[in-house]
Design a protein around this ligand. Structure first.
Ligand SMILES: Nc1ncnc2c1ncn2[C@@H]1O[C@H](COP(=O)(O)OP(=O)(O)O)[C@@H](O)[C@H]1O
Ligand SMILES: [Mg+2]
Length: 243
């Protein structure tokens, strides 16, 4: 099947013998070749949902349906690079020996795509925060995943770097046509990146939005319609504020 389908997913944690229900019934379709954003306040269960969708953890009940041979790659808030390996070797780290041999050209192309040309032999300590996250994204791409799971990957970056990385992610996603499940607590980030936005609240998907096809490639301006209206609507879902 194409994409991932999440059906009636439930997950609780047990803390000091007390049940902490985190996800109480998640239903979500995550299509291929798009960016699906999961948006919600801190602590609402976004990371838990991403880990379950990516198969890092098991649900209490419910299903995650995806095709056979699905390969998931992860990008976290911290780049998690190996400090003793060069950029190039970090990027090919997850590949088997044979794959590395076959993929020399591809790795070079990915390095160019994420804008790290000239830094192939640099070590992580020689890179800025944004460049480290580019390397983390390149490592995910090199794995040729069916899905890239991104957990607040730009949250630790300064405002300007973050804006630049968001634009670049859009460019890379369009160029590679990769499938991304992206978690954030930032409404603006969700509006900039999402083809679809799923708002999670109280352990469920409270509302889903789809951003019009035409808006995607024009370069989104959040200060213009329809994004102002969308933002108001999302804020209402999250805060029940009067606007
Ligand atoms: N391994 C764990 N054990 C116990 N509680 C956890 C564990 N992981 C997450 N939680 C709790 O589950 C809730 C959701 O966490 P998380 O999915 O990390 O939220 P988010 O990513 O939206 O900030 C939080 O209350 C958190 O404290
Ligand atoms: Mg989280």
């Amino acid at each position: 099947m194409a994409g991932i389908e999440i059906v009636d997913l439930k997950k609780s944690y047990w803390v000091e013998k007390k049940e902490l229900p985190v996800l109480t019934g998640i239903n979500l379709k995550v299509p291929e070749r798009q960016i699906t954003v999961i948006l919600g306040r801190s602590g609402c269960g976004k990371t838990t949902l991403l880990r379950l969708a990516g198969g890092l953890e098991r649900p209490d009940c419910g299903k995650i349906l995806c095709g056979d041979g699905h390969r998931m790659a992860f990008v976290f808030q911290e780049p998690r690079l190996m400090p003793w390996l060069t950029v190039e070797r970090n990027i090919s780290f997850g590949l088997r020996k044979q794959e590395k041999k076959e993929n020399v050209g591809r790795i070079r192309e990915i390095i160019r795509t994420v804008g790290l040309e000239g830094f192939e032999k640099a070590y992580p300590s020689q890179l800025s925060g944004g460049m480290k996250q580019r390397a983390a994204l390149a490592r995910a791409l090199a794995y040729r995943p069916s899905f890239i799971m991104m957990d607040e990957p730009f949250a630790a970056l300064d405002y300007f770097t973050r804006e630049q990385m968001q634009k670049e992610l859009l460019r890379v996603q369009r160029a590679e046509r990769c499938s991304i499940l992206f978690v954030t607590h930032s409404i603006d980030e969700a509006l900039l990146l999402g083809d679809r936005i799923a708002v999670i609240e109280g352990g469920r998907i409270k509302k889903e939005y789809r951003v019009e096809e035409g808006e995607k490639d024009r370069g989104r301006n959040l200060l213009e319609e329809p994004f102002i209206e969308l933002k108001k609507n999302i804020l209402k879902q999250l805060e029940d504020v009067e606007l």
